[in-house]
Structure formats: C-alpha cells, structure tokens
Design a protein around this ligand. Structure first.
Ligand SMILES: [Zn+2]
Length: 269
C-alpha cells in the first residue's frame, strides 16, 4: 500500500505509485538542526528572489524566526545582493533591535517591519517583502486582488491593505500598523510600496510572495485589456481551501527549491 497523501493535498494528487511518499515539511529533534535548516531555507529564498528579479537596490527582506527563541529572527545583511547570500551571511537580531549574530548591519525598515509582524503573528515562522515590479505597480491602485484566476484565489479574503504610506518605514509604531493591516491574513499590500507575505515556513512565505506578485501582474494585464470576470465567492473560498493552505504553499514551492539548491550549492555555505 502506498501512503495516502495528506488531506490538504489529496484533491490535487492523482494515482500515487506504491511505496511513494509525498515530501512533507521536515521536523527536527534538535534546535541546532532546525536552525541550520531555517538558515539554508532563508538563503535559498533570497536566491529565488534574485532569480525572479525582485531586487531594487538595497530594498527587500525575508526573515525567519529562530527555533530557540520566538523573539529572535534571522534576516539578510543590509546592502548585500540576493544572488550572493549564503546561510553563513545571515544576521540574527531580537525584537528589541539587539544584534545577536553577524558582522554586517541590518536594514532599519527590515527590523522595524519584521519585528512587529513576528511579534503580532506568533503563528508565523517567516515573512517576505520586496519592491517587486508588479506588486508595487498594483499597490499604487489601493485595491485588493480580485478572484480572477485559480491562483489569485489563494489570497481571496486573505490579504490586507495598508494604505498609509509615509516614506521609508523607520519607526516601530509604523511597523505595528503594518502588522495590524496584515491581521490574521497571509499577505498585505503596502500601498505605494509593495507586497509582504508570511508563512509557517520560509518556503511558504516565499511562495506566497512569488504567486502574489504574479497575481498582481495577471490582474494588471486583465484590467488593461478589459473587465475581468470574477470567480463567485463560494467557488473562490473553495479554491482558497485547495491552493491557499499552509501545506499547499509549502508544497508549491518544492520545484523552485529543487532548482535553486541544485544550481546554487554555495547558498549552503
Ligand atoms: Zn520596502
């Protein structure tokens, strides 16, 4: 007998060969192993952001909570190319702004936003933000993503809008307001700025970011060409339950993870 797929993926899986087990998020029996895995995942996430062209100068940050202390998180060094980030380059800070590990500074906006998001959302492990082109173009409209495609349904009634742009985020209070706009959703559109996503793993947060950016692009294309037809609410909610779960997000990122870890083995250094 083959192992049945978990319920969250069952609708997407056809016949499964005997003895085949679908990959699942790993579980670790030591903090050290979990920490190393999270750092490697974070480095891989940055490499993917680089591949997708999500960098704009020094803007953008992805963070992962440390497995030992929920008030610590790992983040990219300020001013370092996404294409070159290795696990050993990552910086560890706490929610009060104390640098605990690393030899380079942290972007102030990264600390201010991510410390408040991690604080407000103890259920999340990772958060991702960048100034990707279609996300920031879409953000200027001040409207939500509509359920116009199967993929966009992942965000149906599951993303917030932060409409109070006041320049580069530099104060903890503004980070708190961003976290409030995120609410209990998987993503928030930062108006006139870009996108921010969260997940229960780096892979999940990064996948939501990639597919949200592409959903912004799809809606911009559709709105430029005509008036998109919406998926009805009931169907959109059912579809969200299929493509928008934590496990679906983690699993959808698998092909990209296989690609980037094969092409960029130095990210593990
Ligand atoms: Zn930003």
């Amino acid at each position: 007998m083959s192992t049945p797929p978990p319920a969250a993926l069952a609708a997407a899986v056809g016949p499964v060969p005997q003895g085949f087990t679908l990959p699942m998020p790993p579980v670790f029996d030591s903090v050290e192993a979990d920490r190393q895995y999270r750092k490697e995942q974070l480095a891989a996430g940055f490499r993917l952001f680089g591949r997708f062209g999500f960098s704009e100068g020094v803007a953008g940050h992805i963070t992962v909570r440390d497995p030992e202390n929920p008030r610590w998180f790992w983040v990219n060094p300020f001013g370092m190319s996404f294409h070159q980030i290795k696990a050993s380059d990552l910086i560890l800070v706490d929610h009060d702004g104390t640098l605990l590990h690393g030899s380079r500074p942290v972007n102030r906006a990264a600390f201010v936003i991510h410390s408040q998001v991690h604080s407000a959302r103890p259920d999340t492990i990772a958060a991702a933000h960048s100034h990707s082109l279609h996300g920031k173009a879409f953000s200027s409209l001040g409207i939500p993503l509509e359920p116009i495609t199967q993929d966009a349904c992942a965000f149906f009634e599951d993303h917030g809008l932060y409409s109070d742009f006041r320049g580069v985020v530099s104060e903890t209070e503004e980070g708190k307001r961003v976290a409030a706009a995120l609410g209990d959703h998987k993503a928030v559109i930062l108006q006139n700025h870009g996108l921010l996503t969260v997940g229960q793993s780096v892979a999940e947060a990064v996948w939501w970011f990639i597919t949200m950016e592409r959903s912004c692009q799809a809606q911009l294309l559709a709105m430029a060409a005509g008036k998109p037809k919406l998926i009805d609410r009931e169907t959109a909610l059912i579809t969200r339950g299929q493509v928008g779960t934590h496990l679906a997000g983690w699993f959808q990122a698998r092909p990209l993870w296989d690609q980037i870890t094969a092409s960029d083995p130095d990210l593990f250094d």
